[in-house]
Design a protein around this ligand. Structure first.
Ligand code: NAD
Ligand code: ZN
Length: 362
């Protein structure tokens, strides 16, 4: 079992990671005095698969619980969905000792955090992430959001959970696509911050793809520590440190948007964005071709695409300039000086970005 602290003064919290740890959840919640009534936001599949165990663990420690089922799709990250949840929550909450549990992937985590930040001007919430992506990324750092038609994650707040509880055994039921999607973020952490993790991912890919629990636990713990370290020093993305987490995401978001959120899922798009960013680093003389190939070979090992198909470059560039992180016309990208050595570069000529995106095309 691993315990990692996110250090944010009065908003500090622990990330607990392990295999077969669900039977410790109740005790952890009691220590935190989060409340007595758990309002668990999840989807039907997760409730059917793991809900009873969760309910029993809570009951054993004297907690009441209620499952709020939301649809299993990004559509649950909407103002409408949040409104429905809030109204139902207000109806259920008789005790005034309610707290929220986000039990699911990133969609549920973002929605539940958003709801928790608003209900009664903020109630406690706990993240119990069940996808690899959620365990290594979305459950940590307090970014909560819902989408608008105009763009993803446009409405939300920074609102920190009281605990992140990552039961690695939940990952056993992930399918290949969900695992690969989380691996794109894992590879991102390795590329920007951890050469040893990068080598481990190269050497142990068969174990990871088999979802061997010990290696998954090591990966979740390593990545959680990296993210915890970054968000502890830059809670609200003000100092530029948190920007490093955008490696592969600027071009990746543009690929995702240009493909209408259908051609590529988030992990796949981020993978393509990382290849483009690595190639851009090469074009600027920051790394050699060997480094670019190491990144794309690793993505390929995990079943992530490294060649872009069917999305026109012009559409990607247009989407790139609509990115909400741009200030005026100035662009800012996270590039590489080597594996584990990121570098933020500003005002990169559009022609170079285009060339780099083209290299990830057939
Ligand atoms: N807040 C943040 O900092 C942050 C960071 C990254 C991503 N995100 C958000 O996260 C979302 C993506 O998260 P995601 O990739 O976890 O997607 P998701 O929440 O849609 O989950 C993917 C699928 O996996 C299923 N699933 C969940 N747990 C499972 C399990 N244990 N076994 C089998 N299936 C399981 C879900 O039901 C769903 O069908 C996006 O909305 C993205 O914007 C947020
Ligand atoms: Zn991401």
């Amino acid at each position: 079992m691993h315990g990692i602290k996110v250090n944010l003064g009065p908003r500090s919290y622990d990330i607990i990671i392990g295999r077969g740890i669900l039977n410790r959840l109740g005790q952890e919640l009691l220590k935190l005095r989060v409340g007595t009534d758990a309002y668990i936001i999840t989807n039907l599949w997760l409730k059917n698969k793991y809900g009873e165990k969760l309910r029993q663990e809570l009951r054993k420690n004297g907690f009441n619980s209620h499952f709020k089922i939301v649809p299993d799709s990004e559509k649950s990250k909407s103002l409408e969905a949040a409104g429905l949840v809030l109204k139902e929550l207000a109806g259920w909450d008789k005790s005034r000792k309610v707290f929220i549990i986000a039990f699911g992937g990133g969609v549920i985590g973002d929605l539940a955090g958003f709801v928790a930040s608003l209900y009664k001007r903020g109630v406690s919430y706990v993240q119990i992430p069940t996808t690899l992506l959620a365990q290594v990324d979305s459950s940590i750092g307090g970014k909560t959001a819902v989408d608008l038609d105009l763009g993803k994650n446009l409405v939300g707040a920074f609102y920190q959970p009281r605990l992140v509880f990552s039961e690695v055994n939940f990952l056993k039921s992930l399918d290949k696509k969900q695992l690969a999607s989380g691996m794109a973020e894992v590879i991102k952490y390795a590329v920007i911050k951890d050469r040893r993790l990068f080598t481990l991912l190269e050497n142990k890919y068969k174990d990871v793809l088999r979802k061997e629990p010990a290696v998954l636990e090591k990966i979740v713990a390593t990545c959680s520590a990296i993210k915890a370290g970054i968000v502890s020093r830059d809670e609200k993305e003000l100092s530029g440190l948190r920007t490093l987490l955008n490696f592969g995401h600027t071009i990746g978001h543009a690929v995702e948007a240009a493909g209408g959120y259908k051609a590529y899922n988030h992990g796949q798009a981020v993978g393509l964005g990382m290849v483009a960013a690595a190639d851009l680093s090469r074009r600027l003389g920051l790394v050699d071709l060997g480094t670019v190939l190491r990144v794309s070979d690793l993505l390929r090992l995990y079943g992530l695409p490294v060649k872009l198909k069917g999305v026109p470059i012009e559409k990607i560039i247009r989407a790139h300039y609509r990115d909400k992180k741009f200030i005026g016309k100035e662009n800012k990208l996270v590039l590489l000086r080597g594996i584990g050595r990121p570098k933020i570069v500003r005002n990169i000529p559009l022609s170079l970005i285009k060339e780099a995106v083209k290299t990830v095309r057939h």
